[in-house]
Write a protein that binds this ligand. Structure first.
Ligand SMILES: Cc1cc2nc3c(=O)[nH]c(=O)nc-3n(C[C@H](O)[C@H](O)[C@H](O)COP(=O)(O)O)c2cc1C
Length: 167
C-alpha cells in the first residue's frame, strides 16, 4: 500500500476537440492528483507520472506537441510516462502502428504503455485548407469519408484505468 498520492499530468494537443475529450476521460480514471492540461498551458513538469496525447494530422503529431517535446526533451527523458494518439485511419494494424510510431519516435526515454484511439471529424468545422487536405488524404488511402465519430469513451477510460499500475 502506498501512502503518498502521486501527481499526474495528462498533457494533450487537440485541434478539433477529440483528443481533449479523450484526455479528460483518461484523467477521470487515474488515481492521484491529476491535472489535465493543453500542452500550451503546461508550465512545469513537476509530476510523478506523465501521459501525453496527440492527434495525427497528415501522418504527424500536432506541431504544438512536437515542439513541447523538443523544448522539454531532457526533463521528459527520465520521467515515467505513457502516450496515446488519436487518428481516423485505425482499421488496419499496420496503420495503427504507423500512427503510434509517428509519436513514439519523437519521445525521449522509456514509455510504459501506448494506445491508439479513433477520433471524430465534423466536416462542417473544417477550414477549406483542412477540407482539401482531408480529401487528398482520403484519396491516398482510397476511402471516402464524411463527418464521423468513432469516439469510444469506454475504451479510453479502460486505458486510463490500466495506467494506475504504473503510478
Ligand atoms: C486535415 C486532416 C488531416 C488528417 N490526417 C490524418 C492522418 O494522416 N492519419 C490519420 O489516421 N488521421 C488523420 N486525420 C484524422 C484526425 O487525426 C482525427 O480526426 C482526430 O480525431 C483529430 O483530433 P482532434 O479532434 O483532437 O484535433 C486527419 C484529419 C484532418 C481534419
Amino acid at each position: 500500500m502506498r501512502n503518498v498520492t502521486s501527481d499526474v499530468l495528462v498533457a494533450y494537443a487537440s485541434k478539433h476537440g477529440s483528443t481533449e475529450k479523450i484526455a479528460q476521460w483518461i484523467g477521470k480514471e487515474i488515481r492521484g492528483n491529476v491535472d489535465v492540461l493543453n500542452v500550451n498551458n503546461v508550465h512545469n513538469l513537476n509530476y510523478d507520472y506523465i501521459i501525453l496525447g496527440t492527434p495525427i494530422y497528415e501522418h504527424e503529431p500536432l506541431p504544438e506537441m512536437s515542439n513541447f517535446i523538443t523544448r522539454n526533451r531532457n526533463e521528459l527523458e527520465n520521467k515515467n510516462k505513457s502516450v496515446f494518439v488519436v487518428s481516423s485511419d485505425n482499421e488496419e494494424k499496420s496503420k495503427r502502428e504507423m500512427n503510434i510510431e509517428a509519436f513514439t519516435d519523437i519521445i525521449p526515454g522509456q514509455i510504459n504503455q501506448t494506445a491508439v484511439f479513433a477520433g471524430e471529424i465534423d466536416n462542417s468545422e473544417l477550414s477549406s485548407n483542412e477540407l482539401q487536405s482531408v480529401e487528398s488524404y482520403m484519396n491516398s488511402i482510397s476511402k471516402l469519408m464524411g463527418s464521423y465519430s468513432k469516439l469510444n469513451e469506454k475504451k479510453c477510460r479502460e486505458y486510463g484505468k490500466s495506467l494506475n499500475r504504473f503510478i
